[in-house]
Ligand binder design. Structure first.
Ligand SMILES: C[C@@H](O)[C@H](N)C(=O)O
Ligand SMILES: C[C@@H](O)[C@H](N)C(=O)O
Lengths: 160, 160
């Protein structure tokens, strides 16, 4: 298999907010990120999965985020949305990514990355992908190990 | 605000599979995509959100996917994983994306996209992002309208 991965990257300090069971109807995502943009919170990734009960779970990550700034905005937002459960805040996260071209056509790239992390006993909390990138959110203290594992799995240049 | 969006894209025919409440421990994602890669299913996006009860919801999309090929693989996989609920299969989807540079720093880009789709009564089912791209999965029959809405919202060249 012609491996298409050309590099790897690590973001070492992320905080994740998960708002569970938001109503799955037009305007909700706009409201959430309208309030977040208005509070000058810079979002790294947005990850939303729709369920089959007319709700969706939506997470976003913030780099070097400060919960003291984020929590009041999100708590108020959840009250306004009538969210049934409290938001979940989780700091001390990292994001390890592989980048390359034409990754899309290779489910094998994803599988190789996930398998390499699993063999290193690294738990994958979130996954997001695009044509050129596969990213996994993991515990921050496993970040350095994870980027090394991924470099080895795809035979990339040694981590400097 | 200096809008950084340089283009928009539409994928018109996607099928989504959601496996709910998979065990949140190392090796599960590798097992899922190992089986999927072995069945020669080409995955478009992977979207995983972790919950706070040691489980995760993981979705993947397949372009021009045929459920007759996908369902037997995923059903068997769910049995082997001991998933508590049946997987959710959903065809007739589309993905509308905006692309640009430095998008990350602009939560406002996401909010503008979500607001434009909401004003067009388009429901956003899944969201994935990267530094250069924000993608929303929507109903297939709203795809053409959505790409037009997004072009207008970011004052891009008219859709050909
Ligand atoms: C959940 C949220 O994304 C909603 N479906 C919307 O379109 O805004
Ligand atoms: C849910 C799944 O991603 C699991 N946490 C893993 O690492 O494989």
């Amino acid at each position: 298999e012609h491996i298409l991965v050309s590099g790897a990257a690590l973001k070492k300090d992320l905080t994740r907010v998960t708002i569970k069971s938001v109503p799955d109807r037009p305007g909700i995502a706009a409201k959430i990120f309208g309030d977040i943009a208005a509070a000058n919170i810079v979002v790294d990734d947005i990850i939303q999965n729709v369920m089959d009960d007319n709700t969706a779970h939506i997470s976003f990550t913030v780099e070097h985020g400060d919960l003291q700034d984020i929590k009041p905005v999100v708590d108020r937002l959840c009250t306004e949305l009538g969210a049934r459960t409290a938001p979940i805040y989780h700091g001390d996260l990292a994001k390890v990514s592989v980048v390359g071209v034409g990754m899309r056509a290779h489910t094998g790239v994803a599988q190789r990355m996930f398998k390499a992390l699993a063999d290193g006993h690294i738990n994958i909390q979130n996954i997001t992908t695009s044509e050129i990138k596969i990213s996994c959110i993991i515990d921050r203290e496993q970040g350095n190990m994870a980027i090394q594992i991924v470099h080895d799995a795809f035979e990339l240049e040694k981590v400097k």
